[in-house]
Design a binder for this molecule. Structure first.
Ligand code: OSB
Ligand code: MG
Length: 369
């Protein structure tokens, strides 16, 4: 197939509450949604970017320009025989992986619809449900944190991830661990610490955490390998693993015991699958991270998390944890065992609420072949 038209939408979709990490605060999704049309079929994707370059180098504005001026025109000049072709076509594009991933995802979705297959079956998923948890942002004080976590535990979430930063790490983690001695607990620093904090971070070892996510530099692997030797708790890399090559480097250097896979961070599902397979061969468990995706990206993450080596709960909470109103009419609902059910329907299994999507669209750009 050859893509005839790409439609790019900027959106403004408010979160139920602000989301705060060690480095930034978000009020709503400013993702770019990508629609492709070819041969009478449509595919949708999502590039979950935000206003500033706080997670990686990309922003809503840069992703829009990359998609409009480079990625869509390049892709529309090529025949695409299978979704994996996109990774080959973009092999010479540097960085800008979240932008790439929105288009790649739309191509997977297009093939799902054209070939009447579910994304789960296309990716090689093996599970009917996937275990999930919640990522809890930085709160104003520990009482508020305990109330927020308590709400999620009452809603049925059995794994909690706490965002941490200097001044908000050991004590909040201790408080949550004391309140819920048996819950699966992990922390995420979003690159705020340095090796000088090794002894400080080792205090987290007493809380029986599943993992400590991305304590050091967003592009570091070497210092993470050093830090891992000073910690009992497994380090999980997020920001640092932007490609299958980076995953191989981290595994060879023993920089982590766990990998967080986000298809958007690594440029798409082909790369995500390669990292999954490589980690499985090296006995490194993986889990599916999130970028506060809308119902479009969420459904894709659920399908990906049904692959065999996704053995830890994902940051893929029910849609209602994120948005007052999402852009899909069939949101995921949490099952009693803290899981989401993987759709078997064609594509990734969501139904778009087009009128509502139109109402939260702030800019629409059409690129024609
Ligand atoms: O570091 O995992 C992260 C959200 C946006 C950007 C980066 C991260 C996150 C989260 C939330 O932790 C994950 C989610 O629930 O989508
Ligand atoms: Mg993270």
């Amino acid at each position: 197939m050859r893509i005839q038209q790409v439609e790019l939408r900027s959106i403004d979709l408010p979160y139920v509450s602000p989301f705060e990490t060690s480095g930034w605060r978000e009020m709503g999704s400013n993702a770019i949604l990508v629609r492709i049309d070819a041969d009478g079929f449509t595919g949708w994707g999502e590039s979950p970017v935000g206003p500033g370059p706080w997670y990686n180098e990309e922003t809503t504005a840069t992703a829009m320009i990359m998609l409009r001026d480079i990625l869509a025109p390049v892709l529309m000049k090529q025949d695409i025989h299978e979704p994996e072709d996109v990774q080959r076509i973009f092999a010479h594009v540097r960085a800008n992986r979240i932008a790439q991933s929105g288009l790649e995802f739309a191509v997977w979705d297009w093939f799902g619809h054209a070939q009447q297959k579910s994304l789960k079956s296309m990716l090689g998923g093996v599970r009917d449900t996937v275990s999930v948890g919640v990522s809890v942002g930085i709160q104003k004080d520990i009482d508020t944190l305990l109330a927020v976590v308590g709400g999620y535990v009452d809603a049925g979430y059995q794994r909690i991830k706490l965002k941490i930063k200097p001044g908000w790490d050991i004590e909040p983690t201790r408080a949550v661990r004391n309140a819920w001695p048996h819950i699966m607990l992990q922390v995420d620093a979003n690159s705020i610490y340095t090796l000088d904090h090794a002894e400080h971070l080792a205090q987290l070892d007493e809380f029986g955490l599943l993992l400590i996510e991305q304590p050091l530099g967003h592009d570091d692997i070497i210092d993470h390998a050093k830090l891992q030797r000073a910690l009992k708790t497994p380090i999980c890399l997020d920001e640092s693993i932007v490609s299958p090559e980076h995953a191989r480097w981290a595994i060879e250097l023993r920089a982590c015991g766990v990998i967080n896979i986000k298809p958007s961070r690594v440029g798409g599902f082909a790369a995500a699958k390669q990292i999954h397979d490589m980690a499985m061969a090296a006995d490194i468990p993986v889990w599916c991270g999130g970028m506060l995706e809308t119902g479009i990206g969420r459904a894709a993450n659920v399908a990906l998390a049904s692959l065999p080596n996704f053995v830890l709960p994902g940051d893929i909470s029910a849609n209602a944890r994120y948005f007052i109103r999402d852009i899909v009419t069939n949101p995921f609902v949490l099952n009693e065992d803290s899981s989401l059910t993987v759709p078997n329907s064609i594509g990734s299994g969501y139904e778009l609420d087009m009128d509502y999507l139109d109402s939260i669209t702030t800019q629409k750009v059409i690129v024609k072949a």
